[in-house]
Design a protein around this ligand. Structure first.
Ligand code: TXA
Ligand code: MG
Length: 314
């Protein structure tokens, strides 16, 4: 059920979370499927609903810095510097895990989201909320409450906070190593990140080539991910792709200056990211059989977008 994030909606969400159930809530990146991070049963429900493989751990969302530090066995100085600069915001840090959280990893991924509804829910519940994106595993992340409801109709409550402003998942950085290591490019750009971290180790080729199910540095970096129902093909020039043999209808997704296509996104990477998943959801809804996507520029500003498109086309 989709509900407004007013007092009654927040109260109902808190009741569900305290009872060990799950609630979907908006963040500035994508919608999350949240559960009490200290409840193994509640977290098991997330994995069941998402059909998420158990080797892929969840990000824990908190309201403030003291709550974040309490989840860590060791809180490095660089984490304080990153938090001061980028939290609340689309940055997730991986640090050594304190005892008492559900799960058996040595590390924990933490972020403070920058959405007022997420922060209200976190404060009202007093809980740390483990929350992956609120979509079935391997499908497109949701950027509206309606996307969540369609992907996961069994979720008892979806707080509607409007469309996510960033539209792409948080940047994930491993702070258990020095220099810090990028695990997933995301909404926070590398230039801003390096202003705090200095040197930053990038994954080989920026996109992991590991086969699914094989151990990999960031467990969520499976090759096929973020995929629409339609087959997605990345092309320098979609018009040059022979259409014979492609499942129809064939849709085209381009960006300004390179269009015109059926769906034209902004030539600004931030604006492009904000609309990308919504555009893929629209093309899925329109029953596209194939989506030809104009490959964006091969520059760092477009790294997270290229990463998601490459995974969606794998
Ligand atoms: O923007 C976001 O990060 C959204 C919103 C809801 O906050 N959440 C999200 O969660 O994208 P999810 O579960 O779809 O992706 C979490 C990523 C995965 O790549 C996962 O492998 C990685 O974070 N991760 C989580 N815990 C980790 C850990 N302890 N060590 C390394 N990577 C971890
Ligand atoms: Mg996800």
């Amino acid at each position: 059920m989709i509900v407004a994030p007013d007092d009654a909606g927040i109260r109902r969400a808190v009741e569900l979370l305290r009872a060990g159930s799950v609630v979907a809530f908006p963040t500035e990146t994508v919608y999350g499927l949240g559960a009490d991070a200290t409840s193994a049963a509640a977290i098991a429900e997330i994995y069941r609903l998402k059909q998420r493989p158990s080797w892929n751990p969840l990000i824990v969302h908190v309201a403030d810095l003291p709550q974040a530090r309490a989840l860590a066995r060791h809180w490095p100085a660089v984490a304080d510097e990153l938090a001061a600069r980028f939290w609340p915001g689309p940055l997730t840090v991986v640090v050594e895990r304190a005892d008492g959280l559900a799960g058996d990893l040595d590390t924990v991924a933490i972020r403070i989201p920058a959405h007022p509804v997420a922060l209200r829910l976190l404060r009202a519940s007093g809980l740390a909320l483990a929350a992956p994106s609120a979509n079935r595993s391997e499908s497109i992340s949701p950027t509206t409450a309606q996307h969540v409801q369609r992907s996961l109709p069994e979720v008892p409550l979806v707080l509607d906070g409007g469309p996510s402003s960033r539209g792409i998942e948080s940047t994930v950085v491993d702070l258990t190593v020095s220099p810090p290591r990028l695990l997933r490019p995301g909404a926070l750009g590398l230039r801003a990140l390096r202003e705090v971290t200095g040197e930053l180790v990038l994954p080989d080729g920026a996109v992991s080539e590991a086969a699914d199910g094989v151990a990999r540095p960031s467990p969520g970096m499976s090759r096929r991910h973020y995929a629409p129902r339609a087959r997605l093909i990345l092309a320098e020039d979609p018009d040059a792709v022979p259409r014979g043999g492609l499942a129809g209808p064939v849709a085209v997704l381009t960006y300004e200056g390179r269009g015109p296509g059926d769906e034209v996104l902004s030539a600004d990477p931030g604006e492009y990211a904000a609309d990308l998943y919504a555009a893929l959801h629209r093309l899925d809804d329109a029953q596209a059989g194939t989506i030809l996507v104009q490959a964006p520029p091969d520059t760092e500003d477009w790294l997270a977008i290229r990463d998601r498109l490459q995974r969606a086309s794998a």
